[in-house]
Design a protein around this ligand. Structure first.
Ligand SMILES: [Zn+2]
Length: 114
């Protein structure tokens, strides 16, 4: 499985939607990841500021974070974007809920079991 397929698989196992595109990029000084609602695109950076490859579980955590942005934009009818507020209370609650579902166990290629 490619890295992208692995992320997608793990995101779906968490019970989150996977109807977005993933763009795996090299590195960013500022971001772990970003979400572009116009293109329904999750952008993830695979290297840190020192340009060292980040671990799969950190990448997956960043992917969960960006997927929740996608979820709020595209799947939550009640979601209202407040200018200047990227992460509302519901975002924080959702992120906590899904990150808590990760159980960091090494299972071959996949680093957790839901
Ligand atoms: Zn965010």
């Amino acid at each position: 499985m490619s890295l992208e397929d692995n992320l997608r698989y793990d995101i779906s196992r968490l019970g989150l939607p996977t109807d977005f595109d993933i763009d795996l990029r090299d590195y960013s000084k500022t971001y772990n990841g970003r979400y572009d609602p116009n293109r329904e695109l999750v952008i993830l950076y695979t290297k840190n500021r020192l340009r060292m490859k980040i671990s799969y579980h950190r990448l997956l955590k960043a992917c969960v974070h960006e997927t929740i942005h996608h979820y709020q934009w595209k799947h939550d009818e009640k979601f209202v974007r407040i200018k200047g507020t990227m992460h509302n209370q519901e975002f924080k609650a959702l992120e906590k809920k899904y990150l808590n579902r990760l159980n960091w166990r090494c299972e071959g290629e996949s680093l957790f079991a839901v």
